[in-house]
Design a protein around this ligand. Structure first.
Ligand code: ATP
Length: 379
């Protein structure tokens, strides 16, 4: 079966397949008896910008390679558009991959790099001409069609790599750290272009990245991976605002973590007493642990903590301390507050014009009970 040419008939126009997505059913991949992908279930929807995010070595690239067919699963099943991919080689899958290293042919110019795959498939000359032209226009590289890769900037090379993948009209575009080799400014610019390209084409994009900001800003949904397993799948705001595990809370953005035990439970909140004696009230959510004496970890984002020079009229989650560090960051100010029991909390507040308080200033730090989570330490 050849999926490669029929699914996306022209730019942005989708065939009406019942299922144009990717499913991983309990997939395992071992290297030297060690699981790189450890029993993963995943369902990627048609047209989604889906990111796989996690620290180095957690199995992201292996998962992408399993979808592309460059690796074979040791157990479980990869399904693309409703078809099992178990016996389908990479070149017959409706996917194309863009690598961080671009992998362009240095002896071919831009045009020939993009046309290469189509010539191998022995398409008609006129068809090749029109598809290469369209792909180069999409990535705004038509004007540089005669240049060789070593005459292009990193961003331009990455655009050619994108055109080379898109010219095959894949149903799924796999992106392996596609912007990893670019400097920060160019990376930001290419992020915007990648997002526009996704919207324009309506294809399913699956991107591997270890850059949480990139994943949060580009993705419809994100899978956060840790040691071969998926810790959480959700929209960027779900992942950030409602982390389900300590790993996700800690890996995505900055957070304050306090370990403690559940000391009280009610229909709408749990009360946790930390090892250092802080009594913290947390609004109950669907997965909030509720067993008395159970060990939990409280997560509070720095921007959720308010500071006040005077004692607020609050009964819960309000603690006295002193400022031990103040860092002006332009748009924000980062404060470190040492509470009277010795615990330090990081607080991020919008930058204001005017004098900042001095170090050692007595201060109250407080947050709403709905702005923190109680998480089971074992996920
Ligand atoms: P990075 O962000 O550093 O690229 P990653 O999350 O993509 O990391 P993988 O490249 O998928 O991680 O690797 C997952 C684990 O599998 C690592 O421990 C890695 O050393 C191991 N691994 C990956 N490929 C191979 C291979 N071909 N042979 C042996 N071990 C491998």
């Amino acid at each position: 079966m050849d999926y490669g040419s029929s699914l996306v008939t022209k730019q942005g126009e989708r065939a009406t397949f019942e299922s144009l997505d990717v499913e991983l059913h309990n997939v395992f991949k071992f290297f030297n008896q060690e699981p790189a992908v450890n029993g993963v279930y995943l369902d990627i929807r048609q047209g989604e910008f889906f990111s796989i995010l996690g620290p180095s070595g957690c199995g992201k690239t292996t998962m992408l390679r399993l979808i592309a067919g460059f690796e074979k699963a040791d157990a479980g099943k990869v399904v693309i558009q409703g078809h099992s991919m178990t016996d389908v080689p990479p070149y017959r899958r409706p996917v194309n991959t863009v690598f961080q290293s671009y992998a362009l042919f240095n002896h071919l110019n831009v045009w020939d790099n993009v046309a290469f795959g189509l010539r191998l498939k022995k398409l008609r000359k006129a068809e090749i001409e029109s598809r290469v032209k369209q792909a180069l226009e999409l990535v705004k590289m038509e004007g540089l069609r005669s240049r060789f890769p070593n005459q292009l900037s990193g961003g331009q090379q990455q655009r050619v790599a994108l055109a080379r993948a898109l010219v095959n009209r894949p149903a799924l575009l796999l992106l392996d750290e596609p912007l990893g080799a670019l400097d920060l400014k160019l990376r930001k610019q290419m992020q915007v272009e990648l997002s526009s390209l996704h919207k324009q084409l309506g294809l399913t994009f699956i991107m591997v990245t270890h850059d949480q900001e990139e994943a949060l800003s580009l993705s419809d949904r994100i899978a956060v991976m840790n040691q071969g397993k998926i810790e959480q799948i959700g929209t960027p705001s779900e992942i950030y605002e409602e982390p389900r595990t300590v790993f996700v809370a800690d890996f995505i953005g900055d957070t304050n973590l306090f370990e403690g035990e559940i000391a009280g439970v009610d229909a709408s909140f749990v009360k946790v007493v930390t090892k250092k004696g802080l009594s913290i009230v947390v609004t109950r959510q669907q997965d909030t642990p509720t067993e008395i004496s159970q060990t939990v970890v409280i997560s509070v984002r720095p921007e959720k903590i308010q500071l006040s020079l005077y004692k607020p009229s609050l009964q819960t989650n309000c603690f006295e301390g002193r400022l031990v560090n103040i860092m002006y960051l332009g748009t924000h100010v980062n404060y470190i507050v040492q509470l009277t029991n010795g615990v330090r909390v990081t607080v991020l507040q919008p930058g204001t014009f005017g004098n900042l308080p001095d170090r050692e200033t007595p201060i109250y730090a407080w947050w709403a009970q709905g702005d923190c989570q109680a998480l089971s330490p074992n996920g």
